[in-house]
Each structure stands twice: as structure tokens, then as C-alpha cells.
Ligand binder design. Structure first.
Ligand SMILES: *Cc1c(COP(=O)(O)O)cnc(C)c1O
Length: 826
């Protein structure tokens, strides 16, 4: 508290009492938004409250930066092209411990906290799981008091907003900055130049050393926009530093002097375009110069910033690895390996061996995918045109590395070709995963199964060469956002039962286990789930117009739409369930609401057709009076962190049904389970570990495992034969093919159906029978409310391991070698 506060009351900008908060809110409403209380709109209310909360972060933010600096603390630099943070306001209120007082303050002012929270436009600076992981990690790093900076891009347009028109996905640009962003602090003095194009030349410096100079074609600037990231129940406020691109001032001036005013303006527009838009996943990488430029842009700014900090806080460059552990979130920032080398060689005049040794002690790489088509490569031509100096450096790294491979594997030609940083086949390309593996001190997968598959398949050669570099770090999610914030009734029941230690140590949840035998507790557990379902049903009605029964089973699949995630397997079960209800009107089965949500990449035709099919099935089924008291299908538009926070708590059943071996980890699976949903799933990604943790009797397992999937393909897989031998599947496919869901159009869904009949690369048909049968067991068990409650409680009680706090502790211990630094603000 500020000692200079007037009249022994608290300071308006820092105080936490109801009175201070009321005063701060009204002050901010007037002085920030320039509106009187009577004229204020919901956005004004949000802005005023956001500034009220931000004011209370700033003292800690500044203290944290100072303390880290004075203690010369080793810092984690988390490099990620995506940070899907979700709305900030609620999380900061929770972490500050201000919830009760702020809620009261607003009530006394005639406002409602939840309504104000709902006004926040979330920064959609990520596609899905990978970006959300980065955000969960930032939350855990701060909560664990680990010095950390998240480095990324301040996209002006994040992931598109999804609207549904006539059942189809329509992409709307995400103007998340429209109403301003109270959470970012532009740090306009932190600006770094970033170069592109041009060529290189050799020269001899004054000491007589042979050196290389890059003569770039263009130079732009990166400007830092800082967002404070507060930990839960601690004073540490870490930094999320996102770079925005701008034209260099001198650049337009120069052109202006040459009389080319419009050319100069055009160059400015080009420079500003760089950080304009986030690229959606699952699209072909071809020709995306801008994407490569974005990656290089944010990596270069971030490394220049880290080198500045290193030279400021240590005795020199050689201490870089003691000052920073740099984590590469997938290969998007892998160009950092070459850029760090360039900075050391060309700017700091280090010799190769010294520079390479520093590189290999500083970087670590997290792999996120086993899909070969998702492994990043850049055409050699494009790369040379964009980053000519980096290509030279990559060639040099490769030449030395190839010598090492030759020595290790005695000239094994196949290995050399596979491990080379350059793919020499066909259109030559730079392989970013190989670059990351060679330059990093540590390589990790994100679930036990995923890491094993990395070691035996996509990264096998690298594992054979450097087994000691590999380790597993199973993903986790933050229980603050995904339970405390998203599901307050459940959090309250848990807190009442085992106190609140779980917010900092999720293993405390194991203390819930004995309550499975407490009938009164089980009753309350069901009441809490029902509250979430009622509230979600109201939301659904509002956004889709569809009414659903909160007492039906909420069967939910919410994630990006992708064939490997197999939303179409789920849909085939829905159709088959519908058929069964039509054929056996007296069938005794619990009412179900099938809920789908997720975005498809704008250029991914099949995924967009899956969305259309979902809505088409929903249209028919929801209008069919014969079944619609027992079956509803809904597609929730615009899946996001915000929508997730409503959806995860309301689920009874969590669909985690990817083809075994395709999902690296999944984190949605953890969020559902943490909120008491049971999982129906395959042995894929972290499902394997979730099932082991919660107990196999509390998890609905079905389908082929990884070995069986491989065997099926090895034996020659013919989906047509499977379909002809599986009558329920055949019927479901034919019903879709009949045009029932397309006003008689038999062609609309043909691309999907033909693919299943003739190729089925994700084994939907092979797994259908087992899936349907497993869904039968789910239905049976759901009717036994007491049994279901026990299983649900056990899922929560045993989910402690899947906290992102546990994941971060492992990274700190095994890879980053960093220690916590406690911050105390007097
Ligand atoms: C957790 C999360 C995901 C990841 O879901 P998966 O089921 O693991 O694919 C994607 N998007 C959002 C908004 C999330 O919160």
C-alpha cells in the first residue's frame, strides 16, 4: 500500500477495499473513457474495470523486473508464434485475489461483474492447442515465480472469427484491437531493426579476419508491446513481449528525397503488413513468404533483446546460456538457431566454434506433431531470397553436421540424406525440424506416447545420434483459468471440501477421492454439473436458437476440425443413433445432446464440409418430432478460449477420438476431465496417461492402438470391405448419401463419403464398430447417476498430474535449469 495515501485511506490506484475499487472504477470511467457514468456503454465499463485492475498490477510488474535484474536471475525465453491467452480481465482479478471485493464494488454501482467480463474481446493470437499451451505455460511460470519472458508477434488480426451461414463456416477478420487493448503497454523505446533480402559479401576486418557482411534489401523495425502476466497468489508479474512491425523512419524520408513519395508509402505499408495477420494452421505452406518473414521478424527482435539484456546484466556474451534458456515452441521459431549464429558471428565477431558452443547450450526444441505434412520446410529459393545470410550459415552448420553423421554412422548414405538440413530431393527445401534438432541442447515431445513415437519414427535418426537430448514433457493446463475461473460453482464445492491449496498444487485433488462414498457429496457434485449445463443451455439458445435439455447427456467434441481428430466418426455415430431411434421408437436410452465446436482452416475443404455436415444433420434431427426429446445436435460457433470456458464445465462426455498415433498430446482432454467429464477416447496422445491416472474403469476406451493402426495399413486397408461388413456404418453412410441432410442433393457430401469408401486414411471405418459399441456402454452407465458421479469425481480427484504447473516444474528441472525468484512488494 502506498504510504502517501490521503487521509489514511488507501491509494485509489492500488487499494483493494470495496471503497477504493469503487472510487478507482468511477475515476477510470471518467478519465480514461471520457464518459460520465450515465452515458457509459458496456465497453466503457469494461475499459474502466480493466484499467482499475491493470493499475493494481503495475507496481508488482516494475518490482519484478527490477528484482530479476538485480538478482541476475536466469530467465526462460519462451519463443512462440502463438499465445492464445484468452480474456485477461477475469484471470487477473482471480490472481490478484480481488474477486469478492470487485464483485461487491460493481454491485454497489449497479453493475454486474460477469456482464462486464463478458464484454472483453479475447486476443485470438493462436490457432488452438499449441498457442493455448504457451498461454498456460506463461500462467504457470509466473505462479511458480520463475523469471520468464514470452516472445511472440502482436498480430493485428488474430485467428478469424467463425460465423455459420446456411451451415457453412464463414471467416470474419478478427479486429480484436477495435476497442483498444488495456492490457498492453507499448514500449516504444524497445525497437530493433530486422533485415530482409539482398546479398552477402566477404571482407577482411581491421584485425585481418575474414568476415561476412549482409547487405539487405529492406530493413524494418520491431516495436515491443508488453503485457504483464501475473501469477496466482504471488507478486511475480512476468512479461509477454509481442513485436509489432513498422517502417523505419529514415526509410520513407530517403525515398521522399528521391521524389518517390508513393513508393515510400508503399514500402511503409509492406513493413506494417508483416505483423498484420496470424496464419491459420493446416494449410499448404507453399508461397507463404510472409509467414517466413513473420517467423524471422519476431525471432530476430527477441534475440536482439536477449543479447541486450545479457550484455546489460552479465560480464559478457559468453554468459548468454547462464542468463537465458530459450525454448522453441515447435519449429516456427527454429530460425533462431541461424539468427543467433549470425548475430554472434557478424555483429559480435565471435568465431564459429565459440558461437556454436553458445548456441548449443542455449536452445531447446519442443516438437508438436507427428504428421509428416505438418513438418515445416521452406523452399530453398524462397529462403535464399528472404534470408541469404542465414542460408549460408545453415549450409555451414550442415557441412560440419554431415561430417559428424558420417563419422557416427560410417558413411550411411540414407542417414545423411534424411538428416541433412537441406532436403535435396525434387524442389530443394530447408528442413526446420532438422535445424532445431541439430542446434538444440534438448528435444522434447508433449506426451509419453508422442515422445516414444518421435524417437522411433520422425526423429529416429536424431535419437540414434543423440539419445541424451530427448525427453518427454507431458502437456498440462492451468487449473486457475480452466477450473477456478471457468467453473466457479465446482471450484467452490471443492474449496469447501478440501480448502484452496489445489490452486497452487493440483495434487491436492487426491483428497477428494474418499468423497466418492459420500452420497450427499455426490448429490452436490451433480447439482454443480447441472448449474454449468443450465448456464450453457442458455448460452446455446442465445447464439444458435437451439433449445437443449440440461438433463440430457452433453456429449461434446470441441477442437480444431481436422480429419485426424475424426469429427466425422462422431457424426457417423450420431446418424447411426438417429437411425436406431427411428427404427426402435421405444428404445430405452438416455437423451443426448451432441455438441460440436471448432474452426476449420479456411483452405481445408474437407474440414469445412464436416462443419456443413454437422449443421445439416442438426437441422434435420432437431426438427424431427419423433426423436427430438431424446436427441439434439448443435454446432457452437466460434470456438475460442472464451467459448471453451463455458463449454468444458458443461460436458458429461469428452470426445477424444483421434486415430491412434496422430494427436501429439491434446490438452482439451485434460480440461474436460478436470471439470468432471468422462472421456471416450483412443489410446492416443495424453489420453494414454489420463486413462492410467484416472483408472481404466473410469475411461471409455475403444479402437485400434498405434501398432494395430500400422498393421492395418501394412496388411493393405480396404475401407469398402469394412463398410460392407458393418451394417450400421453402411446404413449411416447411405443415409448421408441419400440427400436426406441436403434437401435431396446427393452430391453435396460426396467428397467426404467417397473418401471414406475408397481411402479412409484415418481409419474411421475400421474404428466405427468399436466406437459405437463403446458409446452403448456410455449410455448404459449414464443412466446410473450414482455410478456416473463416482467416476466423474475420480476423474477430477486423479487429474492433478495434468496441471501445467507440473509440466513447467519438469522443464525447469530437466531442461532450463532455472530457479524461482520470490518477489515481495512492501
Ligand atoms: C485447449 C484448447 C484447444 C486444444 O484442444 P484439443 O482438444 O487438445 O485439440 C484448442 N482451442 C482452444 C480454444 C483451447 O482452449
Amino acid at each position: 500500500m502506498n504510504a502517501s495515501a490521503e487521509n489514511s485511506t488507501e491509494h485509489t490506484r492500488t487499494g483493494g477495499s470495496v471503497d477504493s475499487l469503487k472510487r478507482a472504477f468511477t475515476d477510470n470511467l471518467f478519465y480514461v473513457t471520457g464518459r460520465t457514468f450515465r452515458k457509459a456503454t458496456p465497453i466503457d465499463h469494461y475499459t474502466a474495470l480493466a484499467y482499475t485492475v491493470r493499475d493494481r498490477l503495475l507496481e508488482r510488474f516494475i518490482h519484478t523486473a527490477q528484482d530479476y535484474r538485480h538478482q541476475r536471475a536466469k530467465t526462460v525465453a519462451y519463443l512462440s508464434a502463438e499465445f492464445l491467452t484468452g480474456p485477461h480481465l477475469g484471470n487477473n482479478i482471480l490472481n490478484l485475489g480481488l474477486w469478492p471485493n470487485l464483485s461487491q464494488a460493481l454491485t454497489e454501482l449497479g453493475l454486474d461483474l460477469d456482464t462486464v467480463l463478458d464484454t472483453e474481446q479475447e486476443p485470438g493470437l493462436g490457432n488452438g492447442g499449441l498457442g493455448r499451451l504457451a498461454a498456460c505455460f506463461m500462467d504457470s511460470l509466473a505462479t511458480l515465480e520463475i523469471p520468464a519472458i514470452g516472445y511472440g508477434i502482436r498480430y493485428e488480426y488474430g485467428i478469424f472469427d467463425q460465423e455459420i451461414h446456411d451451415g457453412w463456416q464463414v471467416e470474419i477478420t478478427d479486429a480484436w484491437l477495435r476497442n483498444g487493448n488495456p492490457w498492453e503497454i507499448p514500449n516504444l523505446q524497445r525497437r530493433f531493426p530486422v533485415h530482409f533480402g539482398g546479398h552477402t559479401e566477404q571482407y577482411v576486418d581491421k584485425q585481418g579476419h575474414q568476415r561476412t557482411r549482409w547487405l539487405p534489401e529492406t530493413t524494418i523495425l520491431g516495436l515491443a508491446y508488453d503485457t504483464p502476466i501475473l501469477g496466482y497468489g504471488v507478486q511475480n508479474v512476468n512479461l509477454l513481449r509481442l513485436w509489432k512491425s513498422e517502417a523505419r523512419e529514415s526509410f520513407d524520408l530517403q525515398a521522399f528525397n528521391h521524389g518517390d513519395y508513393y513508393g515510400a508509402v508503399n514500402d511503409m505499408v509492406v513493413a506494417q503488413n508483416l505483423s498484420k495477420v496470424l496464419y491459420p494452421n493446416d494449410e499448404p505452406e507453399v508461397g507463404k513468404v510472409l509467414r517466413l518473414r513473420q517467423q524471422y521478424f519476431f525471432v530476430s527482435c527477441s534475440l536482439q533483446d536477449m543479447l541486450r539484456i545479457t550484455l546489460r546484466d552479465t560480464d559478457g556474451l559468453d554468459h548468454f546460456p547462464d542468463k537465458f534458456a530459450v525454448q522453441l515452441n515447435d519449429t516456427h521459431p527454429a530460425i533462431a538457431i541461424a539468427e543467433f549464429m549470425r548475430l554472434l558471428l557478424d555483429e559480435y565477431h565471435a568465431d564459429w566454434n565459440r558461437a556454436w558452443a553458445l548456441t548449443q547450450r542455449s536452445f531447446a526444441y519442443t516438437n508438436h506433431t507427428l504428421l509428416p505434412e505438418a513438418l515445416e520446410t521452406w523452399s530453398l529459393d524462397l529462403f535464399r531470397r528472404t534470408l541469404p545470410r542465414h542460408l549460408e550459415i545453415i549450409y555451414e552448420i550442415n557441412s560440419r553436421f554431415m561430417d559428424e553423421v558420417r563419422m557416427t554412422f560410417l558413411g550411411d548414405q540414407g542417414r545423411l540424406a534424411r538428416m541433412s538440413l537441406i532436403d535435396e530431393r525434387g524442389d530443394k527445401a530447408v528442413r526446420m525440424a532438422n535445424l532445431a534438432c541439430v542446434g538444440a541442447m534438448a528435444i522434447n515431445g508433449v506426451a509419453a506416447l508422442h515422445t516414444e513415437l518421435l524417437k522411433t519414427t520422425v526423429l529416429k535418426d536424431f535419437h540414434d545420434m543423440w539419445p541424451e537430448k530427448f525427453s518427454n514433457k507431458t502437456n498440462g493446463v492451468t487449473p486457475r483459468r480452466f477450473l477456478a475461473l471457468a467453473n466457479r460453482p465446482l471450484a467452490a464445492l471443492i474449496e469447501e471440501t478440501i480448502d484452496h491449496g489445489w490452486l497452487r498444487d493440483l495434487n491436492e485433488f487426491s483428497r477428494l477421492e474418499p468423497y466418492i462414498d459420500d452420497a450427499a457429496f455426490r448429490q452436490r457434485w451433480r447439482e454443480v454439473k447441472r448449474i454449468a449445463k443450465v448456464s450453457f443451455a442458455a448460452y446455446l439458445r442465445e447464439v444458435t436458437g437451439v433449445t437443449v435439455d440440461p438433463d440430457s447427456m452433453f456429449d461434446v467434441q470441441a477442437k480444431r476440425i481436422h480429419e485426424y481428430k475424426r469429427q466425422h466418426l462422431n457424426l457417423l455415430h450420431v446418424v447411426s443413433h438417429y437411425l436406431r431411434l427411428k427404427q426402435q421408437p421405444d428404445l430405452d436410452t438416455p437423451p443426448r445432446t451432441f455438441i460440436f465446436s471448432g474452426k476449420a482452416a479456411p483452405g481445408y475443404r474437407m474440414a469445412k464440409l464436416v462443419i456443413k455436415l454437422t449443421n445439416a444433420i442438426a437441422d434435420v434431427v432437431n426438427r424431427d418430432r419423433k426423436v427430438n426429446d431424446r436427441l439434439r445436435v448443435v454446432f457452437v460457433p466460434d470456438f475460442s478460449v472464451k467459448v471453451g470456458q463455458r463449454l468444458y464445465p458443461a460436458a458429461d462426455l469428452s470426445e477424444q477420438i483421434s486415430t491412434a498415433g496422430k494427436e501429439a498430446s491434446g490438452t482439451g482432454n485434460m480440461k474436460f476431465s478436470m471439470n468432471g467429464a468422462l472421456t471416450i477416447g483412443t489410446l492416443d496422445g495424453a489420453n494414454v496417461e489420463i486413462r492410467n491416472a484416472v483408472g481404466e474403469e473410469n475411461f471409455y476406451l475403444f479402437g485400434l492402438n498405434v501398432d494395430e493402426v500400422q498393421q492395418r495399413f501394412a496388411d493393405g486397408y480396404h475401407p469398402r470391405d469394412v463398410i460392407l461388413q458393418t451394417p450400421e456404418l453402411h446404413e449411416a453412410l447411405d443415409l448421408i448419401g441419400s440427400g436426406l441432410f441436403a434437401h435431396g442433393d446427393k452430391q453435396l457430401f460426396a467428397p467426404l463419403l467417397d473418401n471414406l469408401w475408397n481411402h479412409d486414411p484415418y481409419l474411421v471405418c475400421a474404428d466405427f464398430h468399436a466406437y459405437r459399441e463403446c458409446q452403448g456402454r456410455v449410455a448404459n452407465d449414464f443412466r446410473d447417476a450414482e455410478l456416473w458421479s463416482r467416476m466423474s469425481i475420480l476423474n477430477v480427484a486423479r487429474i492433478g498430474y495434468f496441471s501445467s504447473d507440473r509440466a513447467i516444474r519438469e522443464y525447469c528441472r530437466d531442461i532450463w535449469k532455472v530457479q524461482p525468484v520470490s518477489i515481495t512488494v512492501s
